[in-house]
Ligand binder design. Sequence first.
Ligand code: AMP
Length: 443
Amino acid sequence: MPAGNITGIRMPMDNRKTIAIIGGGQLGLMIAREAHNLGAAVAVLDPAPDAPAFAQADRHVVGAYDDIQALEELCEGSDAVTYEFENVPGEVLRHIENKYNIRQGVAPLFDSQDRLREKANARIHGLKTPEFIPVPALDFMKPEDGEEPVPGNPEYPVPMSAADAARLSGEERIYQLEQAVSVLGMPCVLKTRTLGYDGHGQAVIREKGDLRSASDLLKVPCILEKFVDFDYEASVVMVSDGEKVIHFPIGRNIHTGGILDLSIVPAPGLSDGLEENGTGAGIALACGNFMKSCGYRGILAIELFVKGNEFYFNEMAPRPHNSGHYTIEGCSTNQYRELCRFLLGRPLETPVLLAPTVMKNILGQDLDAAKTIVAESLEGAGPGVSVSSPEEVDNAFCGVAGKGVYVHLYGKTQSRPKRKMGHITFTPMTLEEFNDRWAGRFV
Ligand code: AMP
């Protein structure tokens, strides 16, 4: 990839404030739209020349995330820099940290990039997590023939370095995993510490027969977690200006094949009417206190497992979250807008849920169904009342395909199963209504 292949007009673009976004996916696209709504300009960096957010950017840079020159081109002249995904290499950000205004700072990004650090940090700052230990660990070394096992503390094992993990033989990896599983018990979940997403880089271990195939993951440092037999999953998106923390109504999330399928708000079990109740209010309070205690500013999404009245931190992301797409139409203000307000130094608005809302992710396998819903609306065959940008239906579409049916297609040029191609927000809509009227239209 040539460094910093710049297109568009160089800074200064005009007298608007400019937000620079590292990453040009759908989250960047929606941040850019709200930045424009607030009167700001947007610059976007992405390695893909057809990145969705470029369609909304005033200026864009095609370049790798670890290309310092490209990052400099992105950030030059910007008033605030943000990131729309959490795997921006930390060393790279440190290069630009003191030069440009990364308003969220690097800390929440750094803390979220490693599952071991992330979960230890959650515990230190008051959130319960599933039990976990690092593996491979120095305490679980396989003894040489005739040697005594290495004495260690299996409850607090010392993680092995990535270089040492890479040198383990297949037999040693299995031994390591057996030792770790004997500490936590089965069922448990093995996850790579870095770069995992949507269920990639993890394996559930329910019985001894699962150990061999799971142990392949131990070529890189991993974390072993106790399996939580949760009732359901939930998430909360918060924005803080350093003093005040606002949170969007908690969503109940349904995943299929490790990928978010539906978000339902208000979350059944956590709310009475549109308001959060006991456990829901407890989650909002604990997560808000966590954010304050960590000193994080900007946006933070936390995913949780809920079991009865208990909740467990699973992971966090210091960026807008897929489960927060519903806020665009479902709330009085949305996650993208509040992030932009924070970035532009404006006061935050407290969001209010306007009506029960269901958000359906449109993966590659659902794209035809989504386009049909839009087409029916355009032809007046469906329940449609108004649409915007109908000429863009094949590519990108954002509009109302029927009363309370808001379709967002991200304009990705290549569709494939499991790729996030868009989402539809149904509001007002309960899960029961969604299941009756709409669920059957998707794969
Ligand atoms: P993650 O990438 O950590 O969010 O994991 C992806 C999905 O795997 C989660 O949304 C859960 O459905 C499931 N999962 C992850 N960790 C656990 C756990 N400790 N116990 C039960 N299910 C889990």
